[in-house]
Design a protein around this ligand. Sequence first.
Ligand code: PGA
Length: 261
Amino acid sequence: MDIVIKTDVHSVSRLAANIIARVVREKPNCVLGLATGSTPIGTYRELIRMHKEEGLDFSQVSTFNLDEYLGVGLALDKPYKEDQSYARFMVEELFHQLNIKQENIHLPDGLTKDPDEFCKAYEQAIRDAGGIDLQLLGIGGDGHLAFNEPGTPFDSRTHVQLLTDQTRKDNYKAFFHPAGMTWEEMPTKALTMGIGTIMEAKEWLVIATGSSKAEIVRQSLEGEVSTRVTASVIQIYPRKATVILDKKAAANLQGDSSSNH
Ligand code: PGA
């Protein structure tokens, strides 16, 4: 695991986008695993800039998103208030500004009538695409990786996940409340790739920013490897993992394994 500490959020976003762009240039038909939440927004803006100004080409790229709330789905015809799906987030924050093909975009279907069957099909679709070349990941306030909440086994596959109160509160504050939605409209469950699914990606890019993440970043990167903090699995991921933090998120780290840039 390489830990890179940058001075601010913008530098984190620029470096993360550069790593994604490197993979896209080296393998134009690469498979990217993508994440949602507040953290990757800057990275996505930088990728859009690289596409528009530098011609970074997504025409052959495929994507798989990590997770989606259960019970919601893309509703672009509805006002923002009525659609907080991750599908909508991805379209607005990234896809509609890139030359990516609709048929190459994969998101868990929050409106599926048969979640268990859907989860199996999602796993198969990832395998059929040849696996994920680069997986972008954030770290949740309760240490979750994707929506794998505390206690989720490291060999878990794509599944239905009950969200913790902390996750619901964090995401309500960041997204649902600003959109004018009530606490009751905040979903209680999600579909998420399992830890075992994510472990199979060929490379990881983990980003975390802000002082609110400092303690969970320390526990994830330097604490006990345990399902209590599922992001601690980063420590035993066997392939290349780059963790990019801003100074605030790195503030509690003790070790000397990190490099400052
Ligand atoms: P955040 O979420 O980027 O909104 O902090 C991270 C996560 O839940 O993985």
